[in-house]
Design a binder for this molecule. Structure first.
Ligand SMILES: [Zn+2]
Length: 353
């Protein structure tokens, strides 16, 4: 072997060592989106949990679970989390889209258990106080501060403190760090951790409603909540939110509440038109997902629930809907990406394994 060839071999071997060494030092980032509840609205149906989405982010070394964020926490969220081995203590932050019970009533359960387990303080992120239609204040801050008042009044908080003095004296509210923001028509960063950032935008549903976007090196997710268009009834170009559309430009995954056209005023269910119009229609959501170039659309908070004869107290015209009915309604928009018609614990990992 002449000297020149010898050095080429050495350089090539060095390159091989580097290319093998690099992936070990730097595990691939990944995220998992899980629907913790898919019930649309306040009613109960067939054991479904109330609206909520868990986002886990990390890399292969920690099963994409270094950061765990919960968006909304409807009835039964804690039960769903327990099915995927996530305890309240492991959550890094909880975000609320709005102060409607179907998105918030599971929070007491989560925060009571976290307090009982002496979990660390947790960030609760939501919009600042907003004046609602009747002049009453929609207040996430007050909601969180008073979350366990009933358990303070019942004596339980003092009782359990007598068993373990390390539990905070004020009860679960003492465990929270409430971070509020004024929702704007442009995205603003409201929370971050390392290379993950969460942005929020104002959206219409009730006063103080906000939608969120999470950006990570593994990919991005928009959680729309119950957003609808600022124009509350037809004529309008779409039932979807222009602000959510801005937030969702180029996003990988959209998670969004939806209402099927079958509950529209023209179909005669008797479902209140305002409640219908202040949700995003299924076909319109598909059209929005197509316009922003989303790869995945996860429908949640389905109204009506799949298989339900009655939605809240109104009969579903034409009988119960199927998964295919929702899928067809999205496909009618021309969206050709991946459609997930939400059921409790439906999950999506990116990159796909
Ligand atoms: Zn809702």
């Amino acid at each position: 072997m002449d000297t020149r060839r010898f050095w080429i071999v050495i350089v090539l071997m060095g390159g091989m060592w580097l290319s093998v060494g690099a992936p070990i030092a730097e595990a691939a980032p990944c995220l998992i989106v899980t629907l913790t509840g898919t019930q649309g609205g306040p009613s109960v149906f067939n054991g479904q949990a109330g609206a909520g989405t868990l986002l886990r982010y990390g890399d292969d070394s920690n099963d994409c679970g270094a950061v765990k964020l919960q968006f909304d926490a409807g009835r039964g969220t804690n039960m769903r989390l327990s099915q995927i081995d996530v305890t309240p203590v492991q959550l890094n932050a909880i975000f609320f889209t709005h102060m409607h019970g179907d998105h918030t009533e599971g929070f007491a359960d989560i925060i009571m258990l976290r307090w009982y387990m002496k979990g660390p303080k947790i960030d609760i992120v939501c919009s600042s106080d907003a004046t609602s239609a009747l002049g009453v204040t929609n207040s996430c801050r007050k909601y969180v501060m008073h979350i366990a008042d009933a358990f303070v009044q019942s004596g339980e908080i003092a009782e359990r403190r007598s068993e373990d003095k390390d539990r905070l004296a004020g009860g679960p509210a003492d465990l929270t760090n409430v971070i509020t923001f004024d929702p704007k028509d442009e995205p603003q960063v409201v929370w971050s951790s390392g290379d993950l950032k969460v942005s929020a935008i104002r959206s219409t549903h009730i006063a103080g409603h906000a939608s969120y976007r999470v950006d990570t090196p593994a990919g991005s997710v928009v959680i729309g909540g119950d957003a609808c268009n600022d124009v509350l009834a037809p004529p309008r170009t779409s039932s979807t939110s222009d602000q959510v559309e801005r937030l969702a430009k180029g996003v990988d995954i959209i998670v969004h509440s939806t209402i099927h056209p079958v509950l529209g005023p023209d179909r005669g269910s008797g479902f209140p038109p305002l409640s219908y119009y202040r949700q995003s229609g299924t076909t319109d959501l598909g059209a929005m997902a197509k316009r922003v170039g989303a790869k995945h659309l996860m429908l949640t908070h389905l109204a009506p629930s799949i298989g339900a004869v009655i939605h809240n107290r109104w009969k579903v015209p034409g009988g119960p809907l199927t998964e295919a009915d929702y899928r067809k309604a999205v496909e009618a928009s021309g969206f050709t990406g991946n459609i997930i018609v939400g059921t409790d614990l439906a999950s999506l990992r990116i990159p796909v394994k």
